[in-house]
Write a protein that binds this ligand. Structure first.
Ligand code: CMX
Length: 132
């Protein structure tokens, strides 16, 4: 497997509505929001060159982003890398002993196939693999 590019940076925020004005001042327009029920989050995307910034606002107090905000406050939540074939990538990482959160891809925002690696096996950074 090979990481192809940074697909997006996920940033946890309390409110996309409040956070979007910063990104407007940085020259970016919010392209729309989408609630991903399974992840208990609403996402808002901004395109930056060939990558994106994804704001993450919790919709439920027991979801992963709500827990992150409670523990660490607003900030970078995950880095997502594009891969060509996520099923093959997961299999290869498993064989190499990398701890995975998802052993099968899930559907994320925009219909992407996504899978997370556990931050305990990735130098403390939550990594998402993403196939579009
Ligand atoms: N980045 C880095 N470390 C993180 C983290 C993050 N985003 N979230 C949690 N951690 C760390 C915690 O600090 C904690 O470390 P310590 O034990 O040293 O304190 C450890 O991971 C366990 O954290 P926790 O608060 O007890 O939380 P959980 O174990 O319940 O869950 C995690 C952590 C990463 C397994 C969970 O958040 C998860 O499954 N994440 C994947 C799904 C997700 O994040 N979805 C939201 C985005 C969806 C999208 O982009 O569409």
């Amino acid at each position: 497997m090979k990481l192809l590019k940074i697909d997006h940076l996920g940033i946890a925020v309390n409110s996309i509505d409040e956070a979007k004005s910063l990104w407007k001042n940085l020259g970016l327009e919010l392209e729309g929001t989408e609630t991903v029920k399974e992840q208990k989050v609403t996402t808002g995307f901004f395109t930056v060159g060939e990558s994106e910034v994804e704001l993450l606002e919790p919709v439920d107090s027991d979801g992963p982003v709500a827990k992150f905000l409670e523990k660490k406050g607003e900030g970078i939540h995950h880095v997502a890398f594009r891969v060509e074939n996520i099923v093959e990538a997961i299999e290869e990482l498993k064989q190499n002993g990398i701890r995975l959160i998802d052993e099968k891809p899930r559907t994320g925002a925009g219909g992407a196939k996504i899978a997370f690696l556990h931050p305990k096996s990735t130098n403390g950074v939550l990594i998402e693999l993403c196939e579009r």
